[in-house]
Ligand binder design. Structure first.
Ligand code: SF4
Ligand code: SF4
Length: 346
């Protein structure tokens, strides 16, 4: 597998990295097999987050003894100094390492996030100290809001930016990637499969490989899926007219009706967790009904508080009919709560 330099971090990483969300649903034994397969086939960048349940421990166990060969990246969603420091310390323990190559401020999309991070006792201060102490080598940031991502890049505080990028969400290619690259940031692409919206790996990576300066973080949940993608990297890339037509069909099918996770719609005065609730359909598709209902219980129970005021919909740049989608997802969730886990597994 080809190595690329991740912007001004100077880190050499495999041209495709491992994104850890899908190993959440695997057992430790299965996750270790998948992670080791990726390593054996040349993947050296492993990206996870404090939020991704037990994925840090799984990575820590799978890569024990391989620290010198891999680049480890994690994230904190905490905005305050103490919380961010505690998350970092726990990530280090879970991953079984005394430093992280890259630590990222997770999902910085709203103004309130930025104010908290940069204010007195904000997480940025904790990150500066952690870097001085050698606990992290480089600081990165992730976002789902294009406007905020552009702002974050312009601060020159970060060495990497991670943003969704795939053939149904390609807006980053226009301004964000050129700006980040001009300023020397490493560019990481989250959600190469559109967060589960696209299932054709060949098409997904035929598109992404046209952007060699962007490192996709592929989420894998089986050895076969690791091989499927990494086999592609052993061939020359070609995007045919038929591929372009197939990508266009996906775009037309999805239209503008899917949630981009930008969070402009939030906050809800009633406390509805709008963005994750908007994504319930995708979660159910990826996890299966019973597991999705258990995983999203807190989110979906909050939807019961919705008063259909449409305030959120007025803020959505994609004009999504949010209250209607939320009600549809609530009905789906209620149906999924009735599905016994054994029936789904069988
Ligand atoms: S429509 Fe529902 S989710 Fe949206 S702001 Fe109003 S109460 Fe909140
Ligand atoms: S519902 Fe609209 S505003 Fe809210 S996160 Fe999704 S795309 Fe963004």
């Amino acid at each position: 597998m080809r190595q690329v330099i991740l912007g001004k971090t100077g880190l050499a990483v495999s041209e495709v990295g491992f994104g850890a969300i899908p190993i959440i649903r695997l057992s430790f034994k299965e996750a270790i097999l998948v992670l080791r397969r990726a390593l054996t086939r040349g993947v050296t960048l492993f990206d996870t987050a404090h939020l991704y349940v037990d994925s840090e421990e799984k990575i820590g166990r799978a890569l024990k003894g391989e620290r010198h060969r891999v680049v480890l990246a994690s994230k904190t969603i905490k905005r305050d100094r103490q919380g961010a420091r505690e998350d970092l310390e726990l990530s280090l323990r879970r991953l079984g390492t005394d430093y992280l190559d890259l630590y990222q401020l997770h999902q910085v999309s709203q103004e309130a996030d930025w104010q908290a991070l940069t204010g007195p006792d904000g997480a940025l201060e904790a990150m500066a100290r952690a870097r001085e102490a050698g606990l992290i080598r480089h600081l990165g940031v992730t976002s789902h809001s294009l406007e905020m991502a552009l702002r974050l890049v312009e601060t020159d505080l970060f060495s990497t930016i991670q943003f969704p990028f795939n053939f149904v969400e390609e807006v980053a290619a226009e301004k964000l990637h050129p700006l980040a690259q001009a300023r020397g940031l490493g560019v990481l692409a989250m959600k190469p499969f559109g967060g589960g919206l696209v299932d054709n790996a060949r098409l997904v990576f035929a598109f992404l490989r046209q952007f060699p300066g962007v490192v996709p973080l592929a989420g894998w949940d089986s050895v076969a899926r690791v091989d499927e993608v990494l086999d592609l990297y052993e061939t020359d890339n070609a995007v045919t007219a038929a591929d372009l037509a197939a990508m266009q069909r996906y775009r037309e099918e999805l239209g503008d009706r899917f949630c981009r996770r930008c969070e402009y719609c939030q906050p809800c005065p009633q406390g509805v967790m709008i963005t994750p609730a908007m994504l319930y359909g995708v979660v159910a598709h990826r996890m299966g009904p019973a597991k999705a209902a258990a995983f999203s219980a807190k989110t979906m129970e909050s939807v019961r508080l919705c008063e259909s005021c449409w305030e959120c919909a007025a803020r959505c740049p994609y004009q999504l009919p949010i209250p209607e989608v939320l009600q549809k997802h609530l009905e789906m969730y209620d149906a999924h709560r009735q599905v016994p886990p054994e029936e789904e597994d069988g």
